[in-house]
Design a protein around this ligand. Sequence first.
Ligand SMILES: [Fe+2]
Length: 317
Amino acid sequence: MVITTLPASWFRSKPLYALERQSIFLRAWHLLGPVIRFSVPEEKVFYELAQVRFYITNTAENGIKAYIADTSSPLRTYLTASGLLFATLSDEAPEFKDFFPNLEPLVDRVDFTRLRYRRSISYEGHFNWKTMIDGYQECLHCVYTHPTFSALYPPTFYSVEPYTNFCRHIADPSKPDDGLFLYFFPVCTLNVYGGGMSSFRTCPTEEPGVSRMEFDYYHEGTDEEFEKYFSFVRQVALEDFELCEGAQRNLEAGVYSQGVLNPEKERGVAYYQGRVKELVMEAFQREKEKRLKEQEAMEKDKGPNDGLTMKTRAIEM
Ligand SMILES: [Fe+2]
């Protein structure tokens, strides 16, 4: 069976993003980072995902909690035994274990709390959130786009394994603690490579062609070692950034409409795009049924009355 990509229009449509927001973002669990990110007592760490602004605080009294910024209403959080903190954006999200049924046995083998939190950066890019995830979920582009990365992690071994709502990437099977990349559907990642760890979120804005990249960096070494690691991973991120802005320009030019995915080398892209399609189509169907019911109810309501009004109007005329 041929696996096709999502149509190019899905990367530039506002109504489509409205469906994604309802059916994907508000119904998911999002990785906020390893628990060490929240180690400063009372500090509020702010996030904005799919136009929901919220913060995390860690207090002696209540532990780690998430609240919506404007209303202070609580959001659900989940902390894995390996120290990864996740949160929901609405009550529409299922239970953590239903969203990620097989995540914990896998990530609990790695200690994500051994590295110190060092720095966060954030900036906007001209690309849809899926344009960035497309690139993240395969490494066919690595050899051309990331010469320094490919020298350390040759793409020969690179593999992506899809689970439920997350994927594990392994750069080199002989080094399970280095070159480990985790993708959490829809937009969060955790990347252990180059001697440190980073986590990024590709936050969709209301403009389908603009996303905000947010990165958090973790490293245990000296300041000098951290800066060396930082410039290495920043180089890789900038290479991806340029690739995504170029890809988005093509998606918006209207020349390309749909392509075919390699079932092996683009397995990760096929997996996450399949989830997007499935959830958006379900939301579209729900919306259609809702509108049909509303229309039927309206017609039922105005049935005989409307006839009367029409007659009265005819007489008046
Ligand atoms: Fe890349």
